[in-house]
Design a protein around this ligand. Sequence first.
Ligand code: HEM
Length: 449
Amino acid sequence: MTTWLFNVINRKIVNQVQNIPGPKPIFPLGNILDLLTVTAFERMQKYGEEYGDITLFWILSQPNILVNSPELFEEILSTNRDAYYKNSPTNQTKPVLRSDMFIANGDDWARKRPTHPFIKPDANLRFNQLLPAIRELINQNYQQFSAQGTIEDFYDRLWDLYFYVFGKAVLDSEMSPELLQDFKRIMNELSRRMQGLNFSPDPRFWRKLEHWFNSFESLIKQRQQEDNSNRADNLSYGLTNKTGLTIDELQDQLSAGFVAGVNPVATTIISATYLLQQHPEVKQKLAYEIGDFWQQNPDGYDTTSIEQLNYLDRVVNETLRLYSTVPLLLRQVCPGAGVNLKGHHIPEETPIWISSWALQRNGKYWPNPDTFNPDRFVAQPVPFSFLPFGAGPRSCVGESFARLCIKVTLIEILTKYEVKMDSDYQYQLQTDAGFSKPKNKVKVTVKSI
Ligand code: HEM
């Protein structure tokens, strides 16, 4: 009855998307209840398993399409990408991301994308320069963890660690605890806004945000007076190269580096810690590889030597496959005639959901998908079936730096510390500000070996 009523009331739009499989909508909510009962990325996995490559579901009277095949991912993110644009989470993130390319489109995005220092051909040279500081921060923090013995909220502590790491890489600055608090408050607000509460009435949030951006502005002014040519951070890159960005745009690019990077790196380290504890044979094999690496590089290492660690690379990939930290990508069909997907007409402005979480756990492309098996990456994955960093021209600009942070952490700590979660800990992720993060507090004990 309620589905019949839904179809009658919305008949004009229902007629435009007929014959696409999907759950029955009920009046007036559509399928919203499905999204309230489990996390969105788990729901998308269930839809994919039930309805196949393409699913129609409704948020109120708005049709939404979930795609669930590498071919469709490729079409939307690469070959026919101009038929789509990013319209979400634009409003939710606008006060924080402001003019950053993450939410830009068209010419504005095309102008900003090539300016990012993390994707420049010389990025590795700068990463090498940053390596000693990153290593030091990781070691200092793990020493503190082991001195403390028990860490009640490991995610929170890793968040702090990578905030300071990003401070070095993005600004060449020792970030103050006050700025860390600003950042946490800003991310909490982003998380709240992403749950659909798309306004921020709390004046304390706006004050923190102002303080955050003002501090970037003063740092930029101060550094404009200095010679930055020997520095490796993104701010120095922006000041010494002709990027064409205005000072405001540079500020937004720098700030977005923290917003985009700190959370997913912290979550990936926790996922890896969990998976390695569950799979001692993998941990042992990785420890051998890293032990050999230390013997061959007693005086330190650089980004080129890290590339020789093949098993480490596979462990990181397999961790990101099972625990994607950006589990959903969103696009919207451009205004105009609409698009055709798998023989179905999809009207203009329809939101399209691309779930890396679902595809990376799909048995069609990943045999025994729930098994943690780093060696599956000895073979190349099916194109567009593995997208923890997105794919196509809008893939993540921070991928190399994020991978570096994850790998350096494992190189530095795996053979020096034992990090243990309770043996009965149920590791699960939930969505937070568009990322995934541990659902429950992660308590660990840390011992030096
Ligand atoms: C483990 C860490 C990270 C993961 C898993 C990750 C994941 C992703 C994914 C999946 C996308 C594609 C979004 C889409 O297509 O809608 C993306 C885009 C992006 N990421 Fe990351 N990211 C990470 C770290 C970083 C870092 C460190 C930065 C720092 C600058 C960064 C900056 C960006 C930007 C600016 C975009 C938008 C690119 C564009 O639209 O052209 N990310 N990221």
